[in-house]
Design a protein around this ligand. Structure first.
Ligand code: C2E
Ligand code: CA
Ligand code: CA
Length: 277
């Protein structure tokens, strides 16, 4: 019933959907993936990939966002949209994320010390009252400096459980860890609540970057987000830049940090440019 409901929602809500053979197959595939994930996490099959973040004022590399990939023994590289939702539903997300972050920090520890490493924390993880302590423990275990770590949190997950999120974000900030608001503009942020969070960075969602060249309305929204971030004393990162036109437009809107396939796709640690290592 749940699967049929999701199918109906996926097709645009406000409709019904029968559970059928194709959904049965999907359910089976999902269950197989789930069983396989339980084995794969302790086996270390989840790996960090690194996506460059560029300082647009200097053109220099500023750091990397860490993105999880499943290096499956028979299926090859599997993208996060296949396994993150399952990991969230089954409670495996914390183990999965931490195993990926641990590997990433161990790799990046000895790189150019000016590089910031950004990692993603999912909404489920933000419901763990010990999250900040666990992250600090990970920093100690990997000897990674707190001021080089940035935690990416989506705006929706912040407001899911406001008081807990505030205490977690406060503890992280006190340790010198940076906080970035991911996928900004896609949720329902309350600006008055937002200003209570010590946020160093706002990441403009790819959906806006996609339309920024062709849509005047989108240009105005992006301009407003950049002005708002500046009023909050936060940096702005544009996500998902694919074309030089998008880059030029964002530069003219005074966006100072960016990432996207135009610069580089997320790469395996072996393909991280040698200059940083
Ligand atoms: P996100 O945090 O918004 O990550 C950005 C996504 O956009 C990444 O997809 C990245 O590969 C993709 N991307 C970057 N530049 C471009 C571009 O120019 N064009 C296009 N079309 N896409 C671009 P990816 O790696 O598939 O990750 C998807 C989502 O999965 C992430 O969205 C994040 O929410 C989640 N995720 C990935 N790794 C982790 C993890 O270790 N832990 C948690 N909790 N979530 C993760
Ligand atoms: Ca992110
Ligand atoms: Ca994002």
């Amino acid at each position: 019933a749940d699967i049929a409901m999701y199918a109906a929602k996926h097709q645009g809500r406000n409709r019904f959907s029968w559970f059928d053979a194709s959904m049965e197959r999907e359910l089976q595939a999902r269950t197989e993936l789930e069983v396989s994930m339980r084995r794969a996490i302790p086996a270390g099959e989840f790996e960090p990939y690194f996506e460059q973040q560029i300082d647009l004022t200097t053109g220099r590399l500023q750091g990397f966002e860490v993105l999880a990939r499943w290096n499956h023994p028979t299926m090859g590289i599997i993208a996060p949209d296949r396994f993150i939702p399952i990991a969230e539903e089954t409670g495996m997300i914390a183990d999965l994320s931490f195993s990926v972050i641990r590997k990433a920090l161990t790799e990046a520890r000895d790189w150019d010390p000016s590089l910031i490493i950004s990692v993603n924390i999912s909404p489920t993880q933000l419901r763990d009252p010990w999250l900040a302590q666990k992250i600090v423990k990970l920093l100690v275990e990997t000897s990674f400096p707190a001021n080089r770590l940035e935690i990416e949190i989506t705006e929706t997950s912040l407001f899911d459980n406001l008081s807990l999120a505030q205490s977690i974000v406060g503890s992280l900030k006190n340790q010198g860890i940076k906080i970035a608001l991911d996928d900004f503009g896609t949720g329902y942020s309350s600006l008055s609540l937002l200003q209570q969070f010590p946020i160093q960075c706002i990441k403009i969602d790819r959906a806006f970057v996609n339309d920024v060249v062709t849509e005047t309305a989108t240009q105005n929204i992006v301009r407003t987000i950049i002005a708002m971030a500046s009023a909050m004393g936060a940096d702005v990162v544009a996500e998902g830049i694919e074309t030089t036109e998008q880059l030029a437009q964002l530069t003219s809107l005074e966006c100072h940090r960016a990432q996207g396939y135009l610069f580089s796709r997320p790469v395996h640690v072996d393909d991280v440019p040698r200059v940083v290592k």
